[in-house]
Design a protein around this ligand. Structure first.
Ligand code: GZL
Length: 328
């Protein structure tokens, strides 16, 4: 009997709720949300996960957004599928972190034809029609690389020869292209610098450990290595693990390991001297993307490219205060 009364009461309360329009009001509010279709590269690195967290912290329903988030698991085809789904869903904006630069013309034209603005985050795309992209926010990767090579020039100013191992990021991605170009230009300008090996670490610790271990295993005698130039922090962790496994010392009087991103763990490695320099690459791009969307919603034209300010850190720069201040 009690159960029947409880069910009856629930039905009455729900009817009152519907009739008074509360549900309708709540539904109406949800209809006012700005719908964002977001295609993220994957979760391959600490940097990537901080970038995703930054986006999810901004694009919340409380802030007036419905975020349709897709993790492409580092496959460009998955990004194409997600973008076409967003078009079918008639989202208000498409936000893409493109894994590599080429192959985007067709799918971005479909978004343009559907009247949906596309905002690029982090990396760039190489398209014939620049109007396919409404705006881009991210980093200047060549400038990041130059910070590292300028440090190398100072460190090895009097060296007779500098043997460099180069661990590249995801081939064809904008950070790989920019950070590689900076190293290539510095090697051309310094006759004593020699790249003794170049490998693809794909921005992951596991892949870098694998390729570095393979390289060292295949040497008759272990080479003199002065610098390992890793195109992100996670590659540096893998490289250091492999180097130490073969008896190398990473640090002031050993191998200088360079990395990019300057995520928290890399700053700790740097504080311990195992990373000689980590160049900052800011993943906290959510607020910048929101400012572009607010500009567009106000009927104004956003800047085509917004680059974030970035620094670089050596062991002597790492204080407890700096570590405590870091957000990623
Ligand atoms: C750089 C970003 C790179 C990071 C890596 O903006 O695209 O991809 O350097 C990440 O850690 O995997």
């Amino acid at each position: 009997m009690k159960r029947k009364i409880a069910c009856l009461l629930t039905a009455i309360i729900y009817s009152v709720f519907i009739l008074t329009g509360c549900a309708k009001q709540e539904t109406t509010e949800k209809d006012d949300l700005t719908v964002i279709g977001m295609s993220q590269v994957g979760a391959e690195s600490d940097w990537r996960q901080a970038d995703t967290a930054s986006m999810k912290a901004v694009f919340t329903e409380a802030n007036g957004y419905r975020l349709l988030f897709d993790d492409a698991r580092q496959e460009q085809e998955n990004q194409f599928v997600a973008i076409r789904r967003f078009i079918q869903q008639k989202v208000d904006y498409i936000v893409v972190m493109p894994i590599t630069e080429n192959g985007w013309d067709a799918v971005l034209k479909e978004a343009k034809d559907a009247g949906i603005p596309v905002i690029l985050v982090d990396r760039m795309v190489n398209v014939k029609d620049e109007d396919l992209i409404t705006a881009h926010v991210g980093s200047d990767f060549y400038a990041e690389g130059k910070k590292a090579t300028d440090w190398m020039k100072e460190k090895y100013a009097n060296a007779e020869q500098v043997n460099i191992i180069h661990i590249q990021g995801t081939k064809g991605s904008t950070p790989q292209i920019g950070r590689t170009a900076a190293l290539d230009d510095a090697v051309k300008a310094n006759s004593k610098w020699k790249v003794i090996a170049r490998m693809d670490g794909d921005f992951t610790e596991a892949k870098t450990y694998e390729v570095m271990k393979e390289y060292l295993s295949n040497r008759d005698t272990l080479p003199q290595i002065d610098v390992v130039y890793c195109e992100n922090d996670n590659e540096a962790y893998g490289a250091i693990k492999a180097l130490e496994g073969f008896g190398y010392t990473c640090g002031k009087n050993g191998v200088s390991v360079i990395s990019f991103d300057a995520t928290y763990n890399a700053l700790v490695y740097c504080q311990k001297g195992k990373i000689a320099m980590t160049v900052e690459c800011n993943p906290l791009l959510g607020p910048l993307v929101e400012s572009v969307i607010k500009t567009l919603k106000a009927g104004e034209k956003p800047e085509k490219n917004r680059y974030v300010e970035e620094s670089a850190f050596r062991p002597e720069d790492i204080t407890e205060e700096l570590l405590a201040s870091r957000k990623y």
